[in-house]
Design a protein around this ligand. Sequence first.
Ligand SMILES: [Ca+2]
Length: 271
Amino acid sequence: MTRSRRKIRRCLPRSRYSYREYSPQGRFLEVFEVVQFEHLPCTSDTGLEGTCLHEIDCTNQGGTGMGSCADGFGTCCIVYVEVSNVEGPLIFSMQTITEEARLYSIKITQLTAWDQLAAPTGCLQYFKEDQGHLESFNYRDRSEIGILRSSSYMNNFNYAMCIERAPNSCSVTYTNVGEMQIVNYDTDGLPVIPPQQAGVEIFNCPTDYLLIAAVRLCGERLNDGSVLQDFSLDAPVTDDSAGPIVIRFRSDGIYTGRGFKLHYQQNSCAK
Ligand SMILES: [Ca+2]
């Protein structure tokens, strides 16, 4: 009998599964491989977030399987809201300007500063993998709980995305993997830079921009000019700054674009 691998939905607390059958000679055969996995947050193929559980646990807890877990490569947007030591209840309110009915699916987890999942102070988003994706809010053009929608970041953003530095990591390289659009307009209402171009620094990106390695980046391409001077093309952007890894995003109170989806890769100091 050959060993077979049992399908695992990897998502949070550590679980251990094994299944054994006994041969006619009385010796057991390991039919299913013993697998241990962390019950970590995960994102379904359709964008819904959940907790990675074995399919049996998922069913026992009244959950619905949404596909296998994301191998730590997910695009989780766990938004961290710091509430200090205030006493509850904590009230979460939603504001909308449309008369259309809305449906929300929101998972809330309370964390202490000592929790493994807790983010450093000031980080609205926190990514703990050595590689992954950074995505602006409302970037996706569809979701399981809604219909097709117009993707756009929002006005008056000013937040930080933080990445936990991996052991022996000395730099991070960012690449554009989506339809980037971070817009800037002058006082006459005209685009500061032409379409399908990368913008760099304050003259190109006065209001809406990503801040990576202290450089403002905007436009419809990701390119800081360090490795490629053709700003009609994307080019990798590498931050070799020491200390915490922080990417900031800002927008002003008027004009918005699609946003961004970047891949980040932490690089070994040996490189
Ligand atoms: Ca703007």
